[in-house]
Design a protein. Structure first.
Ligand code: SAH
Length: 213
């Protein structure tokens, strides 16, 4: 599937109109072809601003939400970033354009392998993928400058907060149910944690343990 320049222009216009105004984030989103991360019949809808189904019953997030989350994360070029919930790999690919190194984890091996193959095809070399229950984080590489969860937790997982550097930022959806979730930003300061509530969102839940596929 290839898309023309007009479709891509309109995509960027939609992102801007929905509040994605950070120039670095928009440039990163322009560089990553969302169609590469969607398999099968849905690929022709890659440039519509909606979540779409991927393998293992999961979803690739809505592009404007990806943009707003990335913007809220305030990534700098020297940052080491941890993403929980690789899914299609689309969000990790965008982070890879903004950060020094990205670690991304999913509980489905099949999704991790598919995402890794797309990173290789696109010569993206600063992403490390792994299969695990990401709610424990990745102690070997901690602390992280930035942590992004793309699945909804009831509360920010303790091990992830513990793996955030002082001055570090974590963005995640939190909520008790599928219907009501809010996107929050947690900043670690010298003395504790600051919380900002950003907007209402809807994500698949953060689940325990490994997936079957
Ligand atoms: N960031 C993705 C969208 C992710 S959908 C993208 O850009 O396409 C959420 C993902 O979180 C799913 O793939 C799901 O398998 C994963 N997930 C849920 N609970 C998890 C956990 N405990 N550890 C790791 N991944 C988890």
């Amino acid at each position: 599937m290839t898309f023309d320049a007009a479709t891509k222009m309109e995509f960027l216009y939609t992102l801007r109109s929905k509040g994605v105004t950070d120039a670095r984030v928009l440039t990163a989103m322009e560089q990553v072809d969302r169609a590469d991360y969607i398999k099968g019949t849905f690929a022709d809808r890659a440039y519509e601003d909606m979540p779409l189904p991927i393998a293992c019953g999961q979803t690739i997030s809505q592009p404007s939400v990806v943009g707003l989350m990335t913007q809220a994360l305030q990534v700098s070029p020297r940052d080491k970033v941890l993403e929980i919930g690789t899914g299609s790999g689309y969000q990790a690919a965008i982070l890879s354009k903004l950060a020094r190194r990205v670690y991304t984890v999913d509980r489905y091996r099949r999704l991790v392998h598919a995402a890794r193959a797309v990173f290789e095809q696109n010569d993206i070399t600063n992403i490390t993928t792994f299969t695990a229950d990401g709610s424990h984080g990745f102690a070997e590489q901690a602390p992280f400058d930035r942590i992004l969860l793309t699945a909804a937790a009831e509360d920010p997982p303790g091990p992830l907060l513990a793996q955030l550097r002082v001055g570090g930022v974590m963005v995640l959806p939190v909520g008790q149910s599928d219907a009501v979730q809010s996107l929050i930003r947690v900043t670690r300061t010298e003395t504790g944690l600051d919380y900002d509530e950003l907007r209402a969102v809807r994500f698949v839940p953060l689940l325990e343990g490994l997936g079957q596929e």
